[in-house]
Write a protein that binds this ligand. Structure first.
Ligand code: SF4
Length: 379
């Protein structure tokens, strides 16, 4: 029986970039500490300290002293960057301390940095998922899971309602404390930079789907060819210098071929630009010629070398149902149906998960081809 150990963060890494997942989870390549990850970690540790001292929470001075004690200046490039991050951390903790102090009915903290493991089973496959819940509160309304986020971007409520991370945390909590009822559990992301808490809940049906989602993700990983998927998040990826999407940028000793390809790529770019300039000018000329034809009430113009004739194209549309009535008995209906992939993608996005999955299963690779996309480098 196959058994795999994984975590939400590993599944999320695969979603962001399959190659990054491979480097991290399969090849186990270690990377230097990332300053943003360290920053987030220090804030988490300070907040864990803050809530571990209940019922008498530490004063603001005590909290900031804790931050100073655990701060790691070494990950920052220079003193200026270090000061910038440290000031941001102080701001976050001051705001957090102030807003928590103002809560009249304070929650009872049941746990901070609580580890959990859940076992999911499907057919002959088993997956153990582990994670750490930042904070578990007992409030007058029930139980609340709080996960701190230091990200700048606030997600939508729909993102929170569909968050796999919160669903897994909910399952983790119920495994550890089976006496908690689902209807009493709320799940929150606390965005520290915005001091905003976004909260959601889960139904039993939603939690039942988690198993499906996890095994679908694991299947995708199993079948993956781990292609790099560059996004703005690459700036936070420790594998950037070795990744085939970026390695060329960091190449130090250049061969003749390397020098040559730089010239070729620049020429390619210039020709492409010229093409788009030409297309723009061609459109302008077309409008001028058409205006002239209209003014002169003629359909053709002559020069010494060429003549240009206007021709007309008409587009028709048909009554879909009536056309089907005629063509279907002739076995010709299927021949004219083509799927508009862009429209289909948009429709799939809005479908419930089981339907999306059904469609995913019937998807087949029809053709793979490469394209060259060209962009100007940011300086
Ligand atoms: S640098 Fe970007 S594309 Fe390359 S592995 Fe990292 S995340 Fe993926």
């Amino acid at each position: 029986m196959d058994q795999i150990r994984t975590s939400y963060s590993a599944l999320d890494t695969f979603k962001q970039c399959p190659l990054r997942y491979k480097y991290q989870q399969i090849d186990r390549i270690r990377t230097p500490k990332n300053k943003d990850a360290v920053f987030g970690n220090k804030i988490h540790t300070a907040l864990e300290y803050f809530h571990s001292k209940t019922p008498c929470s530490p004063t603001l001075d005590e909290l900031l002293n804790k931050l100073k004690e655990i701060w790691d200046s070494e990950v920052f490039q220079n003193e200026q960057e270090d000061i910038l991050y440290f000031s941001e951390a102080i701001k976050i903790l001051k705001n957090y301390h102030s807003s928590f102090s103002q809560i009249k009915e304070k929650p009872a903290i049941l746990g901070t940095e609580t580890r959990f493991e859940i076992l999911l089973e499907k057919n002959d496959k088993k997956a153990t998922l582990s994670g750490i819940i930042d904070r578990i509160d007992k409030t007058s309304q029930g139980i609340e899971i709080v996960d701190y986020k230091t990200a700048k971007r606030l997600p939508s409520q729909q993102d929170i309602d569909n968050s796999l991370q919160l669903s897994l945390y909910c399952l983790g909590l119920m495994k550890r404390w089976p006496e908690f009822k689902l209807k009493d559990i709320s799940l929150s992301f606390y965005f520290l930079k915005h001091q905003e808490k976004l909260t959601t809940t889960r139904t039993k049906e939603q939690l039942d789907l988690v198993k499906e989602k996890v095994f679908d993700d694991l299947e995708k990983i199993e079948k993956s060819n781990f292609k790099p998927t560059p996004t703005p998040l690459c700036d936070w990826c420790g594998y950037k210098k070795m990744c085939p999407m970026w390695r060329h940028l960091y190449k130090k000793e250049l061969t003749v071929d390397d020098e040559q390809i730089k010239k070729i790529a620049n020429e390619y770019f210039e020709l492409k630009q010229e093409n788009s300039k030409n297309n723009k000018r061609l459109n302008e000329l077309k409008i001028i010629i058409e205006n002239y034809l209209n003014k002169e009430k003629i359909e053709r113009v002559f020069t010494d070398q060429v003549y240009i004739t206007r021709s007309y194209l008409t587009k028709y549309e048909y009554d879909f149902d009536k056309l089907k009535e005629i063509l279907e008995p002739l076995n010709k209906w299927n021949n004219i149906l083509t799927i508009n992939i862009t429209k289909l993608k948009n429709i799939i996005k809005a479908l419930p998960y089981p339907k999306r999955k059904e469609i995913e299963k019937i998807k087949k690779k029809s053709k793979e081809y490469s394209m060259l996309n060209i962009k100007k480098k940011r300086n």
